[in-house]
Design a protein around this ligand. Structure first.
Ligand code: COI
Length: 361
């Protein structure tokens, strides 16, 4: 067991009103912090009052962007038990991604014990309503004060928590998407499969422009040919093609430029369990357009931790509008949302072994 020092706040904050949480606007009273030093490795794991970090202005994260993060959730179940959703997946992804930007992987036991200890200390920040959850943001940054371009020798790993509402106020609802054929998110050999802050920095201009034109997000195409579909906004993307009753589900493969999403992986498992054929393969916009013309483009949806399942109602591509399922949420998207959230809130048995109960005091 890790020896986590706990310093409680003397100034607890007022809790935000239920139903008005939004996403990532409020933060719990404490945070977990651990330092990495070149000689000692990971030292001084601690829970301290939530507040600003002290960073040297020359800290490498501020200049060369050595930063990555995770996004995961803890749910207060219908049985009042706290459950983490796929914590091993998130710990593994952070550990696997860190070496790509020359950061030390955070050991699984430090991350897991930090998460559980923080939830225990701030358990009364967990929203109760089904649909809401505690969003956890584990983050790893380079902190050495040095302006030469090389890997930092010092790091800080911290975890903060934000109570969040369900992404959808009134059920799962479809969005309008601009197919981005100029700007790219990630190129082969780059950082696309790592949850590095840099990928999100690269995405903001396209999503800002899209939002100005009335779209919710962009559909990213591949960096080489601007032909193959990669992700939708910050989410993985799925298309249901072919027969109406049991369409084939196609999602881009994990080939280096897209993120290995926890909800992507869960969606694939649920779909296969329900008897659907899921193909992880390259899918071009031309193929999607051809299915639309034939009337066999059944559904499209994004998958991510924040929204779980986000149906795509319209794609705008080179001046053409492609409406999907009459701009209504599809049966499959709704079924997947139900299946995954039922496991998250302990409404259904966890047949895939995805959740971990957090022992509360
Ligand atoms: C998600 O869909 O959960 C994300 O990755 C979005 C997050 C970066 C806010």
């Amino acid at each position: 067991m890790l020896n986590i020092r706990v310093q409680k706040t003397s100034n607890p904050k007022a809790k935000p009103a239920a139903g008005k949480l939004g996403f990532g606007q409020y933060f719990s009273d404490h945070m977990f912090v651990v330092d990495y030093l070149p000689e000692q490795g990971w030292v001084d794991p601690r829970i301290v009052p939530y507040g600003p970090l002290s960073l040297d202005p020359a800290a490498s994260v501020l200049h060369y962007g050595q930063a990555m993060f995770e996004g995961m959730k803890a749910f207060c179940g219908v049985d009042q038990k706290m459950r983490l959703f796929r914590p091993d997946f998130h710990c593994g992804r952070l550990a696997r991604g860190a070496p790509r930007i020359c950061m030390p992987p955070v050991p699984q036991e430090i991350m897991m014990q930090g998460i559980e200890a923080l939830i225990r200390v701030d358990q009364d920040w967990s929203p109760q309503a089904v649909g809401s959850s505690l969003y956890l943001r584990p983050t790893l940054i380079g902190t050495e004060a040095f302006l030469g371009v090389r890997a930092s020798q010092k790091y800080v790993f911290f975890i903060i928590m934000s109570p969040v509402d369900s992404y959808y106020a009134e059920g799962v609802s479809p969005v309008r998407i601009h197919v981005e054929d100029k700007l790219i998110r990630a190129a082969p050999g780059g950082l696309g499969d790592v949850k590095a802050g840099a990928n999100y920095a690269a995405s903001i201009l396209a999503s800002t422009e899209a939002k100005k034109s009335g779209f919710a997000q962009v559909l990213w195409l591949d960096a080489v040919e601007r032909k193959y579909i990669e992700e939708v906004g910050t989410m993985n993307v799925f298309f249901a093609l072919g027969e109406k009753i049991k369409p084939t589900i196609v999602t881009p493969p994990l080939a280096g430029t897209i993120l290995d999403g926890a909800t992507r992986s869960s969606t694939i498992q649920v779909l296969r369990d329900l008897g659907y054929t899921v193909e992880e393969r390259k899918l071009s916009m031309d193929e999607v357009v051809a299915h639309h013309q034939k009337g066999t483009l059944r559904e499209a949806f994004g998958t991510g931790t924040a929204a779980v399942i986000s149906p795509v109602g319209e794609l705008h591509f080179k001046g053409e509008k492609i409406t999907i399922n009459g701009f209504k949420p599809g049966d499959l998207a709704q079924k997947l949302y139900e299946e995954i959230t039922s496991i998250q809130y302990g409404k259904k048995s966890d047949r895939f072994g995805w959740t971990k109960e957090v022992a509360l005091d």
